[in-house]
Design a protein around this ligand. Structure first.
Ligand code: SF4
Ligand code: SF4
Length: 408
């Protein structure tokens, strides 16, 4: 049952506005990394210093109000929480230590849970005591496939040259991973559909919006340039680390796709080399360069999160994603190194862990922080298309000016 409170917020001779707050939701926010929310006294300093908030309906002060009153629907449908890049400028300048940047971060994770289908997977992905169940699924599936393939040969792949496809051939990988990816795509589309419907209600399109192709192009430029990240003051160095992770991740996805394409080209009789590739093969080079970028980016982000208050508070939602991504890269490199040194058991063992982690990243994408890639991109496109991003304050030499971005 949902506990509610009724609080008069505006009262005049003719008008009395009451809101229904969800107290359980407030409790959840406080217990999920936004405990300092209660210190906010609505001074609005956070909104003034935020480098990316638009002029009309700015954030994050209003989200602090919504959160204190427990306005769950407004928060889980918040476009602004997804425009926020967790730069932490607002928390740095907040005179009450209310940590609005962390509140925005918690709102994002709750938004993912709210729109996730089925929701219990999202809850499990964000609950440290239950997350092991999500790892158990790929551990069992992948082990069963390997045992099913090699059951009669007493792990014959352990002798002879180390070739990972002897343990898990490409078609077997496809049988496991393609349904997992299809599941992720369908469920994430359901989540995004729910999110877009809520956005349409909360943020109707204005006359100042961009056309959809322009909004998409503008968003892609913002994402690939990391323009907004570089506007941060407190946490500026995160911009470079985040860009490394993003480009490394994209490179690894392209590498994996190329490996699959080359394998099937070869199977259909075309002149295409299949793995294992030597170190100077273009696919190998792309994989290693991408893995190195992701490794460096993850290392910096993990180190900063562990040692610096400037990054803001990390929740289980943040830690899980960063560690899984980091360990995916480490196990990818580790299996290569052990293969080069011809150590079969560690090589195959680490490769198995690598496959489990890749499954986790892909299959649970709609439920983990991995989902932020899509939610944020959709929010950025919607903000431009709806006209929400039309006017924004830019602070230069202590002066505020307004940067009109949208087409009129
Ligand atoms: S979060 Fe801090 S800066 Fe923002 S309104 Fe509340 S007290 Fe002021
Ligand atoms: S964390 Fe940064 S982007 Fe997010 S609301 Fe605060 S100042 Fe704005």
């Amino acid at each position: 049952m949902t506990a509610t409170m009724t609080q008069p917020v505006t009262e005049s001779a003719n008008e009395r506005v009451a809101i229904n707050g969800d107290l359980e939701f407030v409790e959840k926010l406080l217990g999920s990394g936004a405990a300092e929310l209660k210190y906010c006294y609505q001074c609005s300093t956070c909104t003034v210093v935020c480098p990316i908030t638009p002029d009309e309906s700015p954030f994050p002060r209003k989200e602090m109000v919504y959160a204190q009153f427990g306005l769950k629907e407004k928060l889980v449908s918040s476009l602004d929480s997804w425009l926020c890049i967790h730069c932490n400028d607002c928390s740095t300048y907040c005179p009450r230590g209310a940590k609005p940047a962390d509140v925005m971060n918690v709102i994002r994770s709750m938004s993912i849970v709210h729109f996730a289908r089925p929701a219990f997977l999202a809850t499990a992905a964000q609950t440290p005591s239950r997350i092991w169940m999500l790892f158990l699924i790929p551990m069992i599936i992948i082990a069963a496939v390997i045992l099913g393939l090699v059951g009669g040969s007493a792990f014959g792949f352990l002798s002879g040259t180390i070739v990972f496809s002897r343990m898990m051939p490409v078609p077997a990988i496809d049988i496991v991973f393609l349904p997992a990816i299809a599941f992720a795509v369908v469920t994430v589309l359901l989540s995004i559909r729910g999110f877009l419907r809520s956005l349409a209600v909360e943020y109707p399109r204005t006359g100042g919006g961009e056309s959809l192709p322009t909004a998409i192009m503008g968003t892609l430029l913002d994402v690939f340039s990391h323009r907004n990240f570089f506007e941060c003051t407190t946490n500026k160095s995160r911009a470079g680390a985040h860009a490394l992770v993003m480009y490394g991740f994209i490179g690894l996805v392209i590498t994996t796709t190329l490996v699959g394409i080359l394998y099937y080209m070869n199977q259909f009789g075309m002149d295409a080399q299949v793995g294992p590739y030597d170190f100077f093969h273009p696919v190998k080079v792309l994989g290693n360069v991408s893995g190195t970028l992701a490794f460096l980016g993850c290392s910096v982000m993990l180190a900063r999160r562990m040692s610096s208050g400037k990054s803001g508070k990390a929740t289980a939602f943040d830690w899980t994603f960063l560690w899984v991504l980091f360990m995916t890269v480490i196990t990818g490199f580790g299996s290569q190194v052990f293969r080069v040194f011809d150590l079969a058991i560690p090589a195959y063992g680490i490769y198995y862990v690598h496959l489990v982690l890749v499954f986790f990243l892909l299959a649970y994408m709609p439920y983990t922080k991995m989902g932020h890639i899509l939610f944020r991109a959709v929010a950025m496109i919607y903000a431009r298309w709806s006209g929400r991003a039309a006017v924004r304050p830019v602070i230069t030499d202590g002066q505020v000016r307004y940067d009109v971005q949208a087409e009129s």
